[in-house]
Design a protein around this ligand. Structure first.
Ligand code: ADP
Ligand code: ZN
Length: 446
């Protein structure tokens, strides 16, 4: 079903008119209320009335994550503290987290876009939803929670982790829809199969997966293991949280952006200029309706492309591709740009390789060395025998060597780079305990 038929299938000309109207209001709003933006606009020589149309968007200055940090914690808020009803913060791998706030209306918009996302994923009122996104400062849990309730879906607020309990809920409560990170879905799938649970015993029909990059290969793997539709959801706290965009289950071909609230652009990260439609660049959002933390041309650091081609589901909103990686996730190995998602895609093309891996970067004689540690499947492991595997590589069995060569070649084809390949026994690579998973260990700076 389409949750908000009128908005989601709005003819594009009409949608653009709505966006223009909202954009012009937004510029006046931030000029009036946020000292940071008043200064930015003054510096750029822009008066609030100058921006009347989304075609003027390029005249506005960018906002970057550092601007949020410099104004930590509440400095960019556009409403008095008393009007803020919710505060979240993103983890922030270094230093202080990024803090975001919501007014009552913001929370309503968030519930709306999450309800749309759930509907795109195949949920409908009356369903039951197991929400295994983390509840807490992370936006994932509570964001989806209120979207589901707003839709009329029963929520099981499982939160992340505690895999045995997640499996119990899946078996005993029989939810229709589940959400978690893709790496955690894999943990769950493996544990379910280990426990001898037949996916056919479960009612769950869709997994809504996001918060970290994943690949088409991973989708195939998860759909086959779990007998579900695996759909992609995207969001970031600064813009609202989950629900910025979501795939429709009909096409599973790009995530529809909630364009009436979040105006997207794709730019060349070096020059800041827009790239042509369909080309990969850095995703930039302007929030058109948010009250507490309105952001103008916020640079997400996420790399993807956008298409405005009509979709078979009938929605008219633009679709963004999978995120290839965050600009700051990109590894530079001997001058070659490598995204962990490319490594994943390469590995999953090779038969007998499980979707569990780690990337370890070191420096030997001033040269970068990329080691890809990839797990073999259980079946392969059983076949060659664990004792043989343990002695490897001293007495390498021919089949192991051949598999290593295959992985090496797949990585070379995709990355254009010679990686050191280490095959791991099942269970040796890192697993998600419930949230986002770090698969890269960069020891080069140590
Ligand atoms: P944190 O900064 O703590 O990770 P967020 O939840 O705000 O907190 O993270 C948002 C980021 O997560 C996005 O900018 C993007 O890099 C990543 N992300 C979210 N959803 C997806 C997705 N479906 N595919 C790839 N990356 C995603
Ligand atoms: Zn669609």
């Amino acid at each position: 079903m389409i949750w908000n038929e009128k908005i989601e299938t709005m003819p594009r000309a009409e949608l653009q008119e709505l966006q223009s109207e909202r954009l012009s209001k937004l510029v006046a709003y931030v000029y009036e209320r946020v000292p940071f933006y008043r200064q930015q606009l003054d510096q750029a020589g822009i008066a609030p009335g100058d921006i009347q149309d989304i075609r003027d968007l390029g005249k506005l200055p960018f906002t970057v994550k550092a601007d949020l940090r410099d104004n930590y914690p509440f400095g960019l808020f556009a409403v008095p503290r008393e009007e803020i009803l919710r505060i979240h913060a993103s983890s922030g791998t270094t230093g202080k987290p990024t803090v975001v706030g919501y007014t009552r209306d913001d929370l309503q918009i968030w519930a709306e876009v999450c309800a749309r996302s759930l509907a795109m994923s195949g949920a409908k009122p009356g369903d039951m939803f197991q929400n295994a996104y983390g509840y807490g400062l992370f936006t994932g849990g509570l964001g989806m929670h209120y979207g589901a309730e707003y839709m009329g879906v029963a929520v099981v607020p499982a939160s992340g982790g505690n895999t045995a309990r997640q499996i119990m809920i899946l078996q005993d409560f029989q939810p229709d829809i589940m959400a978690c990170t893709p790496s955690y879905a894999l943990t769950l799938a493996d544990r379910l199969l280990e426990a001898g649970v037949d996916p056919a015993e479960l009612k769950v029909r869709a997994f809504i997966l996001g918060a970290e990059p994943w690949t088409e290969e991973m989708r195939r793997e998860l759909e086959a293991k779990l007998h579900v539709d695996a759909v992609n959801i995207y969001g970031l706290s600064e813009i609202i949280g989950p629900g910025v965009s979501n795939e429709c289950v009909e096409a599973k071909d790009g995530m529809h952006i909630m364009e009436d609230h979040f105006l997207p652009e794709v730019i060349d990260p070096q020059t800041g200029q827009p790239v042509p439609e369909g080309q990969v660049g850095e995703l930039v959002f302007t929030t058109l309706t948010k009250q507490a933390l309105p952001l103008i041309r916020y640079r997400t650091g996420d790399l993807c492309s956008i298409t405005y081609e009509p979709c078979i589901c009938g929605r008219t909103h633009a679709r963004m591709s999978r995120i290839l990686g965050r600009a700051d996730d990109m590894l530079i190995v001997r001058g070659v740009n490598v995204f962990p998602s490319q490594v994943e895609a390469a590995l999953l093309q090779v038969e007998h390789i499980a979707p569990h891996y780690a990337i370890v970067l070191t420096r030997e004689n001033h040269l970068d060395v990329m080691e890809v540690q990839a797990e073999v499947t259980d079946a392969f492991f059983q076949r060659v025998g664990s004792d043989v595997f343990a002695r490897h590589p001293a007495e390498v069995a021919e089949s192991i060597q051949a598999l290593e060569r295959q992985v090496h070649q797949a990585l070379r084809d995709v990355l254009g780079l010679n990686a050191k390949v280490t095959l791991l026994a099942p269970g040796q690579a890192p697993r998600s305990e419930g949230g986002k998973l770090r698969r890269v260990i960069d020891k080069r700076a140590l």
